[in-house]
Design a protein around this ligand. Structure first.
Ligand code: MTE
Length: 309
């Protein structure tokens, strides 16, 4: 617990607004500014190694990444998560790991992530709505965690669930989605080194609107597969139900690999808009598997991707 906290320390960190207030209230010069109580603690920073899996593209700004979000637990508008997710309590946090595993249990987040090597992964992130961003995530490979809890031989899929806490998640008062938000991966997809559990971005603990304190990131799939604020990971033998597929199976398949040649029934997936590029920023061609074809195409050998969309 302590080891993780000294790295991440989200509960130890004075929220930025408070800290600014204190700085304003306490009149002072350089000596006061240098006082540890007044300077944002170094523990807010996450130290992570650079990754060979990072794209060379320049990341979107922190402002773009934290102000244009999909997180229906806080509303359906792109600005709702930034406006309402601040009230989500993310510490303490625990994750249930169950199903076909050797070491099922309710894991405290700190225990869950301990010993998992953190990397900065600068990934392309492509939403099914045809916008895209470049995000410098901080995270670790899901495979590392699955290996630690011991995947049993009958397991074929991994199912994920998000927190249900309507008192802190105002969007959950709407029955539009059958809560919890659910997602799933085939076991080989979950074990792929590109698949990470992210606990931060831009070198700091995950902003609430981006899925604090821990969320999935699967960069070759449409963004909705990257489930936020995870409280349950289950190893199962059958393809699990997933939120968007439950809502509209003809539009959202289980796989949801980014594929410019398979259009959404209501719009093309051939191109995308880079968030933050401005009205005249132009569109870019969408890449097969979002540009990760060399790494992941072999997972789907023999599958018709227009059928398994
Ligand atoms: N996870 C939960 N629990 N609830 C959601 O509404 N939205 C998904 C995904 N994960 C969503 C979620 C969708 S549609 C996208 S595009 C991404 O989160 C957006 O992630 P971002 O806000 O960090 O860019």
């Amino acid at each position: 617990m302590r080891g993780y906290k000294t790295k991440l320390g989200w509960s130890d960190v004075t929220p930025k607004p408070l800290w600014l207030n204190r700085r304003q209230i306490i009149a002072g010069g350089a000596a006061l500014l240098a006082s540890p109580a007044l300077v944002r603690p170094a523990s807010a920073q996450i130290t992570a190694a650079a990754s060979k899996y990072s794209t060379a593209d320049a990341p979107n700004t922190l402002e773009d990444i934290t102000s244009y979000n999909n997180f229906y637990e806080f509303g359906t508008g792109k600005e709702d998560p930034a406006a309402y997710a601040g009230g989500l309590t993310t510490d303490p946090w625990s994750v249930v790991i169950d199903g076909l595993v050797d070491k099922p249990g309710t894991y405290d987040l700190a225990d869950l992530v301990k010993d998992q090597p953190l990397e900065e992964r600068i990934y392309r992130f492509r939403c099914v709505e045809a916008w895209a961003m470049i995000v410098p995530w901080i995270g670790f490979e899901l495979a590392g965690l699955l290996n630690r809890v011991g995947v049993q031989s009958g397991a074929k899929f991994v199912a994920f669930e998000t927190l249900v806490r309507p008192e802190e998640m105002p969007g959950q008062s709407s029955p539009f989605i059958e809560w919890p938000y659910r997602e799933g991966l085939r076991l080989d997809e979950a074990m792929h080194p590109l698949t990470i559990l992210a606990t931060g971005l831009y070198g700091e603990a995950m902003p609430n609107q981006n899925g604090a304190p821990i969320r999935l990131v699967v960069p070759w799939k449409y963004g909705f597969k990257s489930i936020k604020s995870i409280v349950r990971i289950s190893l199962v033998d059958k393809m699990p139900p997933t939120t968007w597929n439950m809502l509209q199976p003809s539009e959202y398949g289980f796989y949801s690999n980014v594929n410019p040649t398979v259009d959404h029934p209501r719009w093309s997936q051939a191109s995308e808009r880079r968030v933050g590029s401005g009205l005249f920023g132009g569109r870019q061609d969408t890449l097969m598997f979002n540009g990760y074809e060399a790494e992941v195409a072999s997972l789907y050998t023999g599958q018709d991707l227009a059928v398994d969309f």
